[in-house]
Design a protein. Structure first.
Length: 238
């Protein structure tokens, strides 16, 4: 992700991420041959990079947040590097696939797209994907109402509005899926969300916030969750 996480949010982000990256990537990549080299821009703690490694011989994950990279999960096919802006000057024309997992909204610019095209090979794929946990009903049980309208974040962001002569859009989709999830894991998901964590922290100012949220969710006997998934795919033309 392309904004600064504090240590608590980064800790929850690292503790558990639902396997949605794999599910989304599999929708488009499952029948394609293994890629040689992938670049994951805005890799966070590495969940998206490791998911991409299932389709690549090697992956480089980059992120501007050092606290996220400090918690990045080790993987034999993944290398993590800090990234401070739109310039990808560490790389040449190196990559067969480039991904943005929930990160493009914070970084979208013509200069970044130009750099992505530069470091991608001809006919390389660019995957922009995201997911949104449908949690209004659950949050209402904590006395929190309709937080979805309190942000301008766009899960469906793509390269629209930029100069696109060197990329071609292949597909765009949005759909809802269901996942099974344990209360203790769902608590980490909620507390890793920038829009939810401070609200829960303000409403319940306690040192054991994670345990409190986890216990409250457990009382709801939650075992299924609706999730909106979003995917746009471009191909580089050189």
């Amino acid at each position: 992700m392309m904004y600064t996480y504090d240590d608590e949010i980064a800790g929850h982000y690292a503790a558990f991420r639902p396997p949605l990256h794999e599910l989304i990537l599999d929708k488009f990549l499952s029948n394609l041959p293994l890629f040689k080299s992938g670049l994951d821009i805005g890799c966070g703690t590495g969940t998206s990079s490791i998911a991409l490694a299932g389709y690549c011989e090697k992956v480089i994950g980059i992120d501007p947040s050092l606290s996220m990279l400090d918690r990045a999960a080790a993987h034999p096919q993944v290398t993590y590097l800090p990234f401070g802006g739109s310039q990808l000057n560490l790389f040449g024309e190196d990559f067969d696939i480039i991904t943005f997992a929930g990160s493009l909204f914070y970084a979208k610019s013509q200069s970044l797209l130009d750099e992505v095209v530069r470091v991608g090979k001809n006919k390389s794929l660019i995957l922009i994907y995201d997911f949104e946990i449908v949690c209004e009903e659950i949050l209402a049980r904590f006395g929190i109402q309709n937080q979805s309208g309190n942000t301008d974040y766009n899960h469906m962001v793509d390269f629209s509005g930029l100069e696109l002569s060197k990329v071609e859009k292949v597909i765009s989709l949005k759909e809802m899926i269901k996942i099974n999830i344990l209360a203790e894991n769902l608590a980490h998901v909620f507390l890793a969300e920038e829009g939810i964590y401070p609200i829960l922290k303000d409403k319940f100012p306690r040192h054991d916030l994670y345990e409190f949220v986890s216990n409250e969710l457990s009382k709801q006997k939650l075992d299924e969750l609706n999730v909106n998934i979003f995917l746009s795919v471009y191909q580089i033309k050189k």
